[in-house]
Every structure is written in structure tokens, then in C-alpha cells.
Design a protein around this ligand. Structure first.
Ligand code: HEC
Ligand code: HEC
Ligand code: HEC
Ligand code: HEC
Ligand code: HEC
Ligand code: HEC
Ligand code: HEC
Ligand code: HEC
Ligand code: HEC
Ligand code: HEC
Length: 334
């Protein structure tokens, strides 16, 4: 492409971001502070003649304000992202004409696009793990999510999901299910749980692990409890799909099926159950759940495990001390 000279400043910017180590030989440039590479060329007023709307939006945006000392307005304006526009203007403009660059267009590689932005934004603590992150390695560019000349939808809670849904159809479907986080209402947002710029947690979790991410808002599930339930301390997503489900409480499966993935059904043949469900027969003798002609299966599978095991995330009650006392706290019954 005409606009991809062998030595362009986005490559230089790459040195600062660590993306293009091969060019580290360009010592003089690499030694400069990690400021934006400044190139000259006509400024906003010249461009305004043909790109009025874009220039006006830019000048009112965070990037266009002189007050941001490290921002483009103090570092070459349009040229910081689009390169020297002299030839473009001379030629009367046009797509790709005069070597004009477009970090939001189709002609630059994702790495070159990103270098444009990382020249100034690599230092942000949120992007420490950008290199090697799923989005970076899959060729997602900063400009796949961010816009510079129109309201940046990804920064606003209500509009962020539509940016993500453009590539994540499955999550769009999940977020529309009956049991879901209030994402469509803008009360919870994808970036409450994910850091799209990269993280050390799996699935781009905002915190180091899934549980830590959930504790931000569900602190009561953190424990430690007197009796912990193994999978709860390990990973909430073993049982929940936080985007949305057809089962109550965002459960991946309904009990008993959820529980049966890891537990053998105990039926009604549990000592306390027999005691708990005592009733008198018409002859006055004591019946238990199972001897009363009812299937123990109805008591357990049919009713749903969480009806009895109500403290499924962990129980804080000490043991009752009564032999075979019921319900027994270590089984998350109370
Ligand atoms: C004489 C009119 C004119 C001037 C002045 C002008 N442009 Fe353009 N520019 C165009 C036209 C026409 C296009 C084609 C796309 C379009 O219609 O928006 C274009 C396209 C672009 C593109 C998209 C390039 C691509 O390959 O996708 C960028 C970026 C751009 N101009 C930046 C600038 C900048 C920065 C300046 C000032 C330095 C500037 N233009 C000055 C007319 C002009
Ligand atoms: C010349 C340096 C520079 C370049 C190049 C640059 N930015 Fe920025 N950007 C800044 C500064 C300074 C701010 C305001 C302070 C901050 O948030 O760090 C900012 C703010 C932002 C914000 C927050 C906007 C808001 O409304 O809060 C986003 C998003 C952003 N930049 C994305 C980008 C993207 C994407 C690119 C590449 C296309 C880019 N920037 C290129 C310096 C730059
Ligand atoms: C997959 C979508 C996505 C990509 C790709 C992406 N961002 Fe973001 N960015 C977001 C979201 C969502 C937010 C708001 C939530 C947050 O602050 O984490 C954000 C916030 C920001 C902010 C403002 C908050 C801050 O960190 O100061 C800046 C600056 C920014 N991004 C720069 C970049 C740069 C530079 C790149 C490319 C290296 C990039 N982003 C790539 C989605 C993305
Ligand atoms: C911080 C980086 C940055 C700065 C500074 C910047 N732009 Fe852009 N420009 C972009 C990005 C990214 C896009 C892709 C669309 C978007 O994000 O809105 C773009 C798109 C454009 C387009 C449209 C290209 C198309 O696809 O049709 C024009 C024209 C343009 N810019 C002109 C300018 C002018 C003129 C200036 C200076 C007043 C300027 N830009 C300053 C990053 C920047
Ligand atoms: C331009 C396309 C694009 C956009 C926009 C986008 N992503 Fe992605 N995302 C991908 C690709 C490609 C993958 C790799 C896996 C795949 O193919 O689904 C991915 C993977 C992910 C993963 C899984 C990461 C892992 O390591 O398992 C998460 C989480 C994610 N994206 C969140 C988001 C969020 C949140 C947003 C919006 C702020 C977003 N994405 C916007 C393209 C995109
Ligand atoms: C309440 C927290 C939370 C919110 C909000 C959230 N996610 Fe997730 N997301 C997760 C967790 C946890 C996982 C890992 C799930 C698993 O592995 O079972 C995940 C996984 C993903 C994946 C990878 C799926 C896969 O199969 O590898 C993508 C893509 C994704 N989320 C996108 C999004 C998008 C887009 C949004 C906003 C519409 C969003 N998420 C909102 C918690 C959340
Ligand atoms: C940003 C805050 C936030 C984060 C982070 C968060 N949640 Fe939530 N969660 C909410 C809100 C708000 C509700 C809805 C409460 C309501 O409707 O009363 C909710 C509800 C729930 C519900 C109950 C749904 C129902 O149908 O009753 C479950 C289960 C849940 N979240 C699991 C998780 C898991 C698992 C994670 C971590 C992957 C997580 N949450 C992370 C805010 C959050
Ligand atoms: C072993 C499976 C399992 C794991 C793992 C799990 N949960 Fe749950 N969760 C459930 C069940 C079952 C329900 C429904 C309880 C009911 O119906 O009484 C539930 C309900 C919830 C609710 C809504 C009702 C309430 O208790 O507030 C929230 C919020 C919740 N879980 C958050 C979490 C968080 C956060 C984690 C990780 C720290 C987690 N869960 C891990 C099984 C699990
Ligand atoms: C991902 C696997 C997994 C799922 C799903 C799961 N559990 Fe567990 N559960 C465990 C593990 C592991 C233990 C600890 C076993 C141990 O210490 O012997 C445990 C312990 C228990 C205990 C205490 C038993 C004892 O011997 O201490 C009860 C009761 C229990 N789970 C009920 C449930 C119920 C009810 C569900 C469904 C809502 C459920 N579990 C879902 C893995 C799971
Ligand atoms: C009617 C109440 C009730 C229901 C419904 C119920 N349980 Fe239990 N469960 C108990 C009681 C009481 C104990 C304690 C037994 C003891 O103290 O020895 C127990 C013990 C357990 C234990 C530990 C002992 C063992 O047998 O491994 C597990 C695991 C368990 N239940 C899982 C489940 C699962 C899975 C379901 C749903 C299929 C379920 N429970 C439904 C009352 C119930």
C-alpha cells in the first residue's frame, strides 16, 4: 500500500510499547521519553475545510483538549494518529491518498493500529497485560472497540454491550435469557467482570480469579465459612453462568442435575430425613418419609436439593452437638 512506507512512525512507537523489539537499534529514538511521536503537517484548520464534523468532534473530545498536556492536541493533533497530511491535502484528499493513515480503517495491520495508541497509552495500569492477551493475539485493535470522532460507546454502560456483541453473539443470546445480570439495563456492565485489555485471570477476568471478581459485588459469598463448599471457593462459574441462563439463579443446570454432576443422589434414605418427616399412620404408628409409601426420590430430586441444603455457599452454624441432631450444619442445611 502506498501509505505503508518501510519506516513509518508507528513502528517507532512500537518500540515504546515493546511490540517491535527488532527495531531497538534505533537507539536515538528509543531513548526518547514515551511521548507521542510528533510529526508535522497541516493542522485541524486545514483539514476542517473537508472534514468539518470530525474536526469539531475531535476538538471537543478528551484528545483534542490542550488541557491534556500529554494528549494529541499538544503533540501534533491529527498527525499523531494520521501521519503528515501535507501530500493528502495537496492531492485534494481521498481514501489512502497522500500516504494518509487511518488507525480505524482496513489498510493498517492491527499491531500498527495499536502502536498508534500505545505510544501514549501503554503505561496505563489497565493495559499492563495487553501484550499476549486474547484480544491482542486475535488481532483485535484498540479501534475495534474505541472511536475517536464519535461518542465512544464502549465507555458508557448502556452502550458498551452492543460494541462487544458485534463479535460475541453467544453472550448476546445469554444476556437476553430470563435469569441474568441487569446488563441490558446498564446496572452491570461487561467491564465490571472483564478487563478487555488483558488480565492474569482466566477469561480476561478483571480480578485475578473468578471468585475475586464476583466478591466485588457479592461480598457475602466470600466467607470463610465454618463449613465451606469446595466448588464455591474454587470457581462460581462451576454452577453459575453469569451472563444468563434459563434456570433460576443463573444456574447452568437445575438441581438435582447440577448437583449430580459431582454428587451421588442420597434419596430419602438419610437418617435425619426419616426423623424430620415423621408422620402418624391411621393406625397411630410412626411413619418416616420412606416407609410412608412415598418415594425418597420425591423428597430429594423432585423437590430440588437447595430446599434442604439452603446454605449452599457455606454454613456458619456450629454442629448442634445433639447426636444425629437435625439439620446438620456441615451439610449446608442451615
Ligand atoms: C480537499 C479536501 C480534503 C482536505 C483538505 C483533507 N482531506 Fe482528508 N479526505 C478527503 C476525502 C475526499 C477523503 C475520502 C474519504 C471521505 O470522503 O471522507 C479523505 C479521507 C481522509 C482519511 C481517511 C483515509 C483512509 O484511507 O481511510 C483521513 C484519515 C483523512 N482524510 C485525514 C485528513 C487530515 C488529517 C487532513 C488535514 C491534514 C485532511 N484529511 C485534509 C478530503 C480532504
Ligand atoms: C499523543 C498521545 C495520545 C495518543 C496518540 C492517543 N491518546 Fe488516548 N488519551 C491521551 C490522553 C492524554 C488522554 C486523557 C488522559 C487519560 O485518560 O489518560 C487520553 C484519553 C483516552 C481515552 C479516554 C477517553 C475518555 O473520554 O475518558 C481513550 C478511550 C483513549 N484515549 C483511547 C485512545 C486510542 C484508541 C488511541 C489510538 C487510536 C489513542 N487514545 C491515542 C493521549 C493519547
Ligand atoms: C475489546 C474492547 C476493547 C479493546 C480492544 C480496547 N479497549 Fe480500551 N476500553 C474498553 C472498555 C470496555 C473500557 C472501559 C472500561 C475500563 O476502563 O476498563 C476501556 C477503557 C479505555 C481507556 C480509558 C480508561 C483508562 O484505562 O484510562 C483507555 C485510555 C483505553 N481503553 C485505551 C485502549 C487502548 C490504547 C487499546 C489498544 C491497545 C484499547 N483500549 C483496546 C474496551 C476495549
Ligand atoms: C487519537 C488519534 C486520532 C487523532 C488525534 C485524530 N484522529 Fe481521525 N481518526 C482516528 C481513528 C481511530 C479513526 C477511525 C474512526 C473513529 O475512530 O472515529 C479516525 C477517522 C478519521 C477520519 C475518517 C476516516 C474514514 O474512515 O472515513 C477522518 C477524515 C479523520 N479521522 C480526520 C482527522 C482529523 C482531521 C484530525 C485532526 C483534527 C484527526 N482525525 C485526529 C484517530 C484519530
Ligand atoms: C472485533 C471483535 C471483538 C470485539 C468488538 C470484542 N471482542 Fe472479545 N474476543 C474477540 C475474539 C476474536 C476473541 C477470541 C475468542 C473468540 O473467538 O470468541 C475474544 C475473546 C473474548 C473473551 C474470552 C477471553 C479468554 O481468554 O477466554 C472475553 C471475556 C471477551 N472477548 C470480552 C469482550 C468484551 C467485554 C468486549 C467488549 C468490551 C469484547 N470482548 C469485544 C473479539 C472481539
Ligand atoms: C458478572 C460477571 C460477568 C459479566 C457482567 C460478564 N461476564 Fe463474560 N464471563 C464471566 C465469567 C465468570 C466467564 C467465564 C465463564 C466460564 O468459563 O464458565 C465469562 C466468559 C466470557 C467469555 C468467554 C466465553 C467462553 O466460552 O470462553 C466471553 C466472550 C465473555 N464472557 C463476554 C462477555 C460480554 C460481551 C459481556 C457483556 C455483555 C460479559 N461477558 C459480561 C463473567 C461475566
Ligand atoms: C458489578 C457488580 C456485580 C458483579 C461483579 C457480579 N454481580 Fe452478580 N449480581 C449483581 C446484581 C446487581 C445482581 C441483581 C440483584 C437483583 O436483581 O436484586 C446480581 C445477581 C446475581 C445472582 C442472582 C440472580 C438471581 O436470579 O437471583 C447471581 C447468581 C449472581 N449475581 C452471580 C454472580 C457471579 C457468579 C459473579 C461473578 C462471575 C457476579 N455475580 C458478579 C451485581 C454483580
Ligand atoms: C455448587 C454450586 C454453586 C456454586 C459453585 C456457587 N453457587 Fe451461587 N447458587 C447456587 C445455587 C444452587 C443457588 C440457588 C439457591 C437457592 O435456590 O436457594 C445459588 C444462588 C446464588 C445467588 C442468588 C441467591 C443468593 O444466595 O444470594 C447468588 C448471588 C450467588 N449464588 C452467587 C454466587 C457466587 C458469587 C459464587 C462464587 C463465590 C457462587 N454463587 C458459587 C449454587 C452455587
Ligand atoms: C463441581 C462439583 C460440585 C457441585 C456441582 C456440587 N458440589 Fe457439593 N461438594 C463438592 C465437593 C468437592 C464437596 C466436598 C466433599 C468432601 O469434602 O468430601 C462437596 C460437599 C457437599 C456437601 C457436604 C457433604 C460432605 O460430605 O461434607 C453437601 C451437602 C453438598 N456438597 C451438596 C451439594 C448440592 C446440594 C449441590 C447442588 C446445588 C452441590 N453440592 C453441587 C462438589 C460439588
Ligand atoms: C428433604 C431434605 C433434603 C433434600 C431435598 C436433599 N438433601 Fe441432601 N441431605 C439431607 C440431610 C438431612 C443430610 C444429612 C445426612 C446426615 O446427617 O448424615 C443430607 C446429606 C447430603 C450429603 C452428604 C451425605 C451424602 O449422602 O453424601 C450430600 C452430598 C447431599 N445431601 C446432597 C444432596 C443432593 C445432591 C440433593 C439433591 C439431589 C439433596 N442432597 C437433597 C437432606 C436433604
Amino acid at each position: 500500500m502506498a501509505n505503508r512506507s518501510r519506516f513509518n512512525w508507528s513502528r517507532v512507537a512500537g518500540i515504546f510499547s515493546g511490540a517491535v523489539l527488532l527495531l531497538a537499534g534505533t537507539v536515538a529514538l528509543a531513548a526518547q521519553p514515551a511521548a507521542a511521536p510528533t510529526t508535522g503537517g497541516p493542522g485541524p484548520e486545514v483539514c476542517k475545510a473537508c472534514h468539518a464534523a470530525r474536526v469539531e468532534f475531535y476538538q471537543a473530545s478528551v484528545h483534542g483538549q490542550k488541557g491534556n498536556l500529554r494528549g494529541p492536541a499538544n503533540a501534533g493533533n491529527c498527525a499523531v494518529c494520521h501521519g503528515d497530511g501535507t501530500e493528502h491535502v495537496k492531492a485534494g484528499g481521498g481514501r489512502g491518498v497522500g500516504g494518509i493513515r487511518n488507525p480505524g480503517g482496513k489498510t493498517m495491520s492491527p499491531d500498527d493500529k495499536n502502536a498508534t495508541c500505545l505510544a501514549c497509552h501503554a503505561a496505563g495500569s489497565k493495559r499492563t497485560h495487553w501484550d499476549g492477551s486474547t484480544h491482542q493475539t486475535r488481532g483485535t485493535a484498540c479501534t475495534s472497540c474505541h472511536t475517536m470522532h464519535s461518542p465512544d460507546k464502549v465507555l458508557t454502560k448502556l452502550t458498551q454491550p452492543e460494541v462487544c456483541f458485534a463479535c460475541h453473539k453467544q453472550q448476546r443470546a445469554e444476556v437476553n435469557r430470563t435469569f441474568r445480570h441487569p446488563i441490558l439495563e446498564g446496572k452491570v456492565v461487561c467491564s465490571d467482570c472483564h478487563n478487555p485489555h488483558g488480565s492474569i485471570g482466566r477469561a480476561l477476568m478483571k480480578r485475578d480469579s473468578v471468585v475475586d471478581t464476583c466478591y466485588q459485588c457479592h461480598a457475602e459469598k466470600r466467607g470463610p465459612f465454618v463449613h465451606n463448599h469446595g466448588p464455591v471457593t474454587e470457581d462460581c462459574a462451576l454452577c453459575h453462568n453469569p451472563h444468563g441462563t434459563v434456570a433460576d439463579s443463573m444456574l447452568k443446570l437445575r438441581p438435582p442435575f447440577l448437583c449430580h454432576q459431582c454428587h451421588t443422589p442420597h434419596g430419602g434414605n438419610v437418617a435425619q430425613l426419616k426423623g424430620q418427616n415423621q408422620q402418624l399412620s391411621k393406625y397411630g404408628s410412626l411413619l418416616s418419609a420412606t416407609s410412608g409409601g412415598k418415594s425418597g426420590i420425591n423428597y430429594t430430586q423432585g423437590r430440588g436439593c437447595a430446599n434442604c441444603h439452603t446454605q449452599i455457599h457455606g454454613s456458619n452454624n456450629p454442629a448442634s452437638g445433639i447426636p444425629l441432631g437435625n439439620p446438620t450444619p456441615q451439610f449446608f442445611l442451615r
